[in-house]
Design a protein around this ligand. Structure first.
Ligand code: TRP
Length: 452
């Protein structure tokens, strides 16, 4: 087993790793993206495919990704290099690491813009102004203001960079320790409130009744992409976090815990939001603004709504923050390893690039709204290309590498699993065959539709 530590430091315990990995997984993907995607793709059937993808593709790949990181003890590129050497695999596998770091850069550039919306809503709620705004008016106003969008995007990138500069123990751990439990609690309160509104039953039917006629190949691809996005899989974020994990921790149990918590948060967010959609006569398919239009309606009517609303959007910002650092960490760790830079430089350089890419993302809602490529704004294009193409591709490569390139005794050893046990064999089969085939089929199916 890999007993050495990474040069970037190490988590102080397995519990902290779970917090950090959960901090990475739980973010805007759960609270902003999952509900609006479910809304746009018809609800229940999308949710079912999403859950299947988490269980059958996501969890097995997550175990593979953590184990690669822990064995390689470095950034995705370095880990892939080291493990390829020790497993006598072709050098080309480092491309998997580069694909991941690029995906991280692209994701963070639009992610930071959305995190900025959450920050704007902290301000709007705390100052009491949101309570007086008409449905959705505040978000519309924000979208029409490039200056405000860019201001929050810039501030969020500064916050993210600062944590990366401080490094693993001091920066990342502190950020994740207190906010996760509080966020979960807030979502439960919101769900409790939504359960008292007249649209509750309708909202639940929307989320949990399967209507397969609404489920086209594009929606299936979107559900799979969302599973990767939500679990932070396929780009090396979880791999680099695995690199900071001590050798004793059980990778299998840890992966289940992370996936279970992540999925619960997404479902609870959906259960808080969709009853409100129906109670207020809104459209489930309203798009990316959904959470920012619906939840303020709840806060407007709850006792202590201003306080609870401010708390909620603050926690959402924090959740985005703990996810964002996992998008930047892989590339920063690589700059430190490759060029011997200080953490400060290694954080700052990619952060500037990401910031710059974020500018056209922010402008996609106003000045550049009509400049589309294949019918998508720059923002939508980055979102689509990363979640639906780059992450699944990275995930399949991880599955193939761990499943076929690594010796199964190294794999079993790293997982501390008996390679003859039935559970190990099932996992290996999911990784070798089921996950890659499922991803390819879903992908080809969607492409086929595009060309016919
Ligand atoms: N999973 C996070 C969310 O749901 C986003 C995220 C963080 C991510 N790190 C990632 C997505 C790595 C893909 C890959 O908000």
């Amino acid at each position: 087993m890999s007993n050495q530590r990474s040069q970037h430091g190490q988590w102080s315990s397995r519990f902290v790793f779970i917090l950090a990995a959960t901090g990475s997984a739980v973010g805007l993907g759960n609270i902003w993206k999952f509900p609006y995607m479910a809304g746009e793709n018809g609800g229940g059937a999308f949710v079912l495919v999403y859950l299947l993808c988490i269980a059958v593709i996501g969890v097995p790949i997550m175990m593979g990704e953590i184990l690669l990181g822990r064995r390689g003890r470095g950034s995705p590129v370095t880990s892939m290099q080291r493990v390829s050497v020790s497993e006598s695999a072709p050098k080309g596998w480092v491309l998997l690491g580069f694909n991941g770091m690029l995906a991280g850069v692209l994701i963070l550039s639009f992610y930071s813009v959305v995190a900025g919306w959450a920050m704007e809503f902290v301000y709007a709620t705390a100052s009491g102004q949101l309570a007086d705004a008409k449905d959705g008016a505040w978000l519309d106003g924000l979208f029409q203001s490039p200056g405000r969008l860019l201001f929050w995007h810039s501030l969020f990138m500064v916050l993210t960079t600062v944590v990366i500069v401080f490094g693993v123990e001091k920066g990342l751990e502190r950020a994740v320790k207190f906010q996760m439990p509080l966020l979960a609690l807030m979502l439960l309160v919101l769900m409790g409130y939504s359960a008292t509104t007249p649209g509750f039953a309708q909202g639940m039917h929307f989320l949990f009744d399967f209507d397969f006629s609404k489920l086209g190949p594009e929606a299936i691809l979107a559900a799979m992409g969302q599973a990767f996005f939500s679990l932070s899989l396929g780009m090396g974020a979880i791999m680099v976090y695995g690199a900071y994990l001590d050798s004793e921790a059980s990778i299998a149990k840890t992966s289940f815990a992370i996936a279970a918590f992540d999925t619960t948060v997404a479902l609870v967010a959906g259960m808080a939001i969709f009853p409100l959609v129906y109670s207020h006569g809104l459209e489930p398919g309203a798009g990316p603004g959904l959470v920012f239009v619906t939840l303020p309606l709840a806060f407007a009517q709850m006792p202590a709504g201003i306080f609870l609303g401010t708390l909620f959007f603050s926690l959402l910002t924090l959740a985005a923050w703990t996810s964002a650092i996992s998008l930047l960490e892989p590339v920063s760790a690589w700059f430190v390893e490759r060029f011997g830079w200080t953490r400060r430089m290694a954080a700052l350089v990619p952060a500037l690039l990401i910031w710059a890419l974020g500018v056209p993302c922010a402008l996609s809602f106003n000045m550049l709204a009509d400049s589309t490529i294949v019918g998508k704004t720059f923002f939508d294009l980055l979102d689509y290309a990363t979640a639906n193409v780059m992450l699944p591709l990275g995930g399949v490569l991880i599955a193939l590498f761990v499943g076929w390139q690594m010796r199964s005794h190294s794999v079993a050893e790293e997982l501390a699993w008996d390679s003859q046990s039935a559970s190990f064999k099932i996992w290996l089969w999911l990784l070798r065959v089921v996950a890659p085939v499922a991803v390819m089929l879903i992908f080809l199916n969607a492409i086929g539709v595009l060309s016919f």
